[in-house]
Design a protein around this ligand. Structure first.
Ligand code: THU
Length: 134
């Protein structure tokens, strides 16, 4: 579980990352920040492409940054969208979160008091994951 201070930092960094979103097609800006087991934090934004299928979500941008830095165990994922209701990670991102953090806490905030706060297990029940290939 992240400490209250870590959670505050994750939320701040997720919001800051949304400011870097490249979303000229959907105009839907998303920021994310992930806390790794060693206590490091990586953030990311959604990055779209004129070839729409190549769009990458903020969550995966942040997670892939963590993995590229050698951090493969996640503790918490924070998401921020400048919306009235909190945004839940898409199915693809839930699968990627589960790969690197089967016990991750997912927190999503927005511009109202609405919030999503739950485990990746609750967001992705009956998940297929690395253990299924053993
Ligand atoms: N998006 C994210 O970055 N994260 C989510 O959790 C939901 C969707 C992005 C993908 C695309 O760039 C835009 O939001 C609209 O789907």
């Amino acid at each position: 579980m992240p400490s209250p201070a870590q959670l505050r930092k994750l939320k701040t960094l997720a919001k800051a990352a949304a400011g870097h979103a490249y979303a000229p097609y959907s105009r839907f800006r998303v920021g994310a920040a992930v806390l790794t087991e060693s206590g490091k934090i990586f953030s990311g934004c959604n990055v779209e492409n004129a070839s729409y299928g190549l769009c990458n979500c903020a969550e995966r941008t942040a997670i892939f940054s963590a993995v590229a830095a050698g951090e493969k165990k996640l503790k918490c994922v924070a998401v921020y969208t400048p919306t009235k209701t909190a945004t839940a990670p898409c199915g693809a991102c839930r699968q990627v979160i589960f790969e690197f953090g089967p016990t991750v806490r997912v927190v999503s905030n927005c511009d109202s008091r609405d919030q999503i706060d739950g485990s990746i297990r609750s967001l992705l029940p009956a998940a297929f994951g690395p253990d299924d290939l053993k």
